[in-house]
Ligand binder design. Sequence first.
Ligand SMILES: Nc1ncnc2c1ncn2[C@@H]1O[C@H](COP(=O)(O)OP(=O)(O)OP(=O)(O)O)[C@@H](O)[C@H]1O
Ligand SMILES: [Mg+2]
Length: 486
Amino acid sequence: MKLVYQQLLALLSMIAVVLVLLGLSFSSMTKEYVYQNTWTSLEKYANSLVEQSVRVSSSNPQHVSFDSESLLNSEVLLRNQSVNFTIYNRENTAIFPDNVYISRIKETDWQKLQQGKVVQNVADHQTHATGGQVEPAMTDIIKPYFYTDDNHQKHLVAVVKVGAYVSNINSNIAKINANLTKALLVASFVAMLLAFLIARYLTLRIDRIRRATNQIANGNYNVQVPSKNRDEVDDLANDFNNMARSLQESKIEIQRQEERRKEFMADAAHEMRTPLTTINGLLEGLAYDAIPEESKAQSIDLMRNETKRLIRLVNENLDYEKIRNNQISLNQQQFNAIDTLNRMAEQLAQKAAAKSDHISVQGGSDIEVYADYDRFVQIMFNITQNAIQFTENGQIVILAQRGYQETIFKISDTGIGMTKKQLANIWERFYKADPSRTNTKYGESGLGLAIVHQLVLLHNGKIEVTSKPNQGTTFTIIFPDKKPAK
Ligand SMILES: Nc1ncnc2c1ncn2[C@@H]1O[C@H](COP(=O)(O)OP(=O)(O)OP(=O)(O)O)[C@@H](O)[C@H]1O
Ligand SMILES: [Mg+2]
């Protein structure tokens, strides 16, 4: 069954129970109310009848006289209002109206009357036959009247029985009940309408979430369900929105990774093609004996170099991927940076000399750095090697200095420099500012700075570069100190 009908059913059954209970209690209340009202007015009739027509002689209270003329008048008057009455004397004999068929008051009732109690009958079932006629059911009250003499003695003087037709009362009750039924019908209609609206409102909101779920199933993660943070349905909408958002985020991340993978494959293929083509050419030359004997040793050397370059390319790529995926752990420690840099400069001296570059390390002798030793050397080595690579007859200065809770290194050269556009891309893998600069002697692949960048980030450090074409380049690398334990 649809949710809207389930809710409707629940609400309607509740309303039905309430209405039935209300209806029952109201109708029994009205019945009682109408009877009470009738009895009160009947009692008033009885009082005025006695007042007008019963005379008690003060000298002899046993002597009671009834004014029959006034009784006759009253009878006509009351009959018009569908009320009739009977008056009994203290011997339980009906003395008005003058009708022999009128039965005496029941003994049990008579005893109550003698005690001064008023007897009320809901419906008089005696429906006695008078002259062969069947009288309709009546409700009546029977009230005794007493005379109190000078000695405070009470004497029963008369008993009046006043009755009204039950049919009259019932028609009153029916009228009230009809009104009540109308009100209940209107109320239940309004309640039904309200119940339907509430149920519909709820299901509409659930429907909205369902439609959004369908969109997600169809691959559209860019959906949000409105929520006002009011109830459980809104909570559900919030959870749904969170889910959609993280799905969208992972979709973007997957796309980005896919993009990166494609780029990498294309670049790597491109990088490997050159050495492989060289090796292939040389091998074919050797196979067909197209290479003169004296050049063979050189060809083999060239092939060895190209193979080494391929191996380096593969290794560096693996290294880069490892750093990016946080798969390498740093063994950070405090050590003297100047000593390390001096050793490195010595190693590179030959390369620098080949380019007629002068290389120098500057800064105090006791400048320390907090880093992974091998990775630190890798970073500095790469940048200095680049400086030598792109500088001829120039100066290469490696400067170390202490900053606030950090060690700063500046590696500057007076080489060919880079334009702003070239600068913007140097951290990217396989980027070479100017492909014509490639110098196979160094076997460059455009991976050096990409790895350097990742390594510096891994140290929580910073790397910046400034450069001007034909003037030179300066790399600034900052290593933060060890954070004091809290
Ligand atoms: N000191 C510099 N002066 C001028 N250009 C530079 C300098 N350092 C880097 N570049 C430019 O940035 C590019 C990227 O440098 P990177 O070190 O990443 O690659 P590479 O040196 O070409 O190859 P690899 O270091 O992988 O062997 C270089 O090709 C070069 O064009
Ligand atoms: Mg390089």
